[in-house]
Design a protein around this ligand. Structure first.
Ligand code: NAD
Length: 255
């Protein structure tokens, strides 16, 4: 098993990719602390996994909650080896910069950027105590490409995650901590499906995906598993793009 003996903390583990990763990491031998703001979703994910999982309510944008989730991991399982900063939001009212509402920016940056920072602030000391570990920060393919279907606060937040991840990786490289950004393409989760409920919006995006389909949460969880495990032991400061070919494409195939 690829995570035997390891303890992983996964934020936003109640839904989408975080949920599937919580299940997969536990099935690969990890003890998993999963956090969410949706207690019903987070709690039922942990219950379904069983004794290898422990649910903690934590809003990643709140410093005290982030401190408490790391403390809970140490108290429950005694160490921290993997920190998967997965929780993120994509409000539907985020749009063009010329229409920007400052309050949306505050909300998005608080969760998507400060949430990652708080996770690292408290997770890194715990990982150093444990002898090192792997940090996975979730960015997005939109950190690499501009879109005319703009969600500027979200895009800016994911660019910040990429830059922050590089700096953390370099700072802690000789202390046994690796940090990599995971950049999903469009993945079929509640977050994206809320946006694509409109057929025209869906088709506008589909044409740019060389593989011609959305990704599955399992396909991302497998990439996260690689970054979490020792299989990626010489990889730090990198971005793993899992996007069905979007960032490689100029012209996509016709059906
Ligand atoms: P999702 O909405 O299915 O799951 C996200 C989970 O995070 C939810 O359970 C939600 O309750 C939780 N959450 C929200 N705010 C939180 C907070 N402040 N504190 C703790 N938990 C919080 O979303 P998903 O699609 O699985 O997204 C996971 C990550 O992947 C996000 O960072 C998202 O931005 C990123 N991402 C998603 C896609 C996609 O197409 N789905 C693409 C690129 C990147």
């Amino acid at each position: 098993m690829r995570l035997d003996g390891k303890v992983a903390l996964i934020t936003g583990g109640g839904s989408g990719m975080g949920k599937v990763a919580s299940e997969m990491f536990a099935s690969e031998g990890a003890n998993v602390v999963l956090t969410d703001v949706n207690d019903e979703a987070g709690g039922s994910t942990a219950t379904a996994i069983g004794e290898r999982a422990y649910y903690v309510h934590a809003d990643v944008s709140k410093e005290n909650d982030a401190e408490a989730m790391v403390a809970a991991a140490l108290e429950r399982f005694g160490r921290l080896d993997v920190l998967y900063n997965n929780a993120g939001i994509m409000p539907l009212d985020d749009g063009s910069v010329t229409d920007a509402d400052g309050s949306i920016w505050d909300r998005v940056l608080a969760v998507n950027v400060k949430g990652v920072m708080f996770g690292c602030k408290f997770g890194i000391p715990a990982m150093l105590e444990s002898g090192g570990g792997s940090i996975i920060n979730v960015a997005s393919f939109v950190a690499w490409l501009g879109a005319a279907t703009s969600q500027t606060a979200y895009t800016a937040s994911k660019g910040a995650v990429l830059a922050m991840t590089r700096e953390i990786a370099v700072e802690y490289a000789r202390k046994g901590i690796r940090a990599n950004a995971l950049c999903p393409g469009p993945i079929e989760t509640p977050l994206l499906l809320a946006l694509l409920s409109d057929e025209a919006k869906k088709q506008r995006r589909f044409v740019h995906i060389p593989m011609g389909r959305l990704g599955h949460a399992e396909e991302l969880a497998k990439a996260a598993l690689f970054l979490a495990s020792d299989d990626s032991s010489y990889m730090t400061g990198s971005s793993l793009i899992v996007d069905g070919g979007i960032t490689a494409a100029y012209v996509t195939p016709e059906d």
